[in-house]
Design a protein. Sequence first.
Length: 344
Amino acid sequence: MERLDEPSGRYLSPREREEIAILHAQRLGPSEIGRRIGRPRCTISRELARNRNTDGSYRASTAQRRTEARARRPKPGKLASNPLLLAAVRARLAKNWSPEQISHDLAVSFPDQPEMRCCHETIYRSIYVQSRGELKRELARHLRTQRAGRKPQNRPERRKGRLVDPISISERPAEAADRAVPGHWEGDLILGKAGGSAIGTLVERSTRYVMLVHLPKRRTAADFAEALVPVLRTLPQHLRRSLTWDQGKEMALHKQIAFDADIDLYFCDPRSPWQRGSNENTNGLLRQYFPRDVSLRQFSPADLTHVATELNNRPRKTLDWATPAERFEELLCGHEIKRGATTA
């Protein structure tokens, strides 16, 4: 069966519901039905759960009628009708938590109060659709991108020259790839306005713990090595196994950095940022604090410490809602990090 040629975007069309009814009557499961009509399995499961009859059967006309009735019924926004819930959401947004983090934390903080819970889509809808004026601006500025849509970034590489004898990421130990052993880091630079300033970013792969490198001087390779090595040296040896970087010219002295910091250095393939996925994701989060259109020289070491501390104390879904700081502290095993002015 070919994919239906009248897709309806987010919502199922009447014709799609007719196909679901036929395939469901043939006792096909949600996965197979979804494959045949070109919809995700979860969409089919949700449709059957909502609109199936009490005897287990599914009729397209009945499902369409129920869906239209639900759509016509006016509903007040959950946040707008619950001042306590709205206050709880706004307090967490003020900490720059994402809507998904807020949704999970509400369930933990109010286990016996179902009225104090809402999904992350409800929060987004409240910000972008239901809120108005100053409230909308207040809430939206705490989101990661601070905009309603994603802006494509198709900037070609403009680097000149290549590193001498870099060790490829293909030679990195397998223990780093599967995140089974801590102490493997990913790093990069985030650039300020017109590329005239920068901040170094380091992310530990297993815990997502963030450290920032203050770069007050010109971005020569020597200046970068002078700033990066002391930050790496604050780590105990068992948490300083490897560092993966892209092939940026700031790493021209990579052999010296590897020797001075006593760490194995590996480099991604050209134009392959996904090979440093944790670092790329973290850099996206950091743009909330360090916009592209400003000079990063205005941020002091104390500013970098504050930002890193805030990121490291956010609950993360990938860590089962623990914080990077909690997971990293477990790894220290009695060793203390010697905090410096340029570390966080």
